[in-house]
Design a protein around this ligand. Sequence first.
Ligand SMILES: [Zn+2]
Length: 125
Amino acid sequence: MTSNQKLKFAMAAFAVLTIVPNLLGSSKEALVLIALISMFFFVPFLGSYAWYRWMREIKKNNHINTPTLDQYRKKYPHKCNGNGIKCHGCGSNKIRSYGLESREDTLRVHTCNQCETQLYKTGDW
Ligand SMILES: [Zn+2]
């Protein structure tokens, strides 16, 4: 949207929210109309945000049994010595991490690059 389009949109919204209710003549009906218009504006936004949060919780729950790094260290102390962390399945030290939802996600799951075993999770889970 260019700034000209935004101005037109704002003017149209202003017209709908002020002139149309006045044409109806009743302040009660005007309030209902404003409430309806606001709902059509905000419900899709709130709905899609709620959907996003819900899907994210489901994805987080898929990793509820994946240990955190501290838990992994306690569970496999012999795999976490001075030479870095190793896979408890195959002993490889090539560990790949991916974000829960995207490349930049701070919630990360670490898997073995050799045998694909899910090892641990990092971030604020
Ligand atoms: Zn492995």
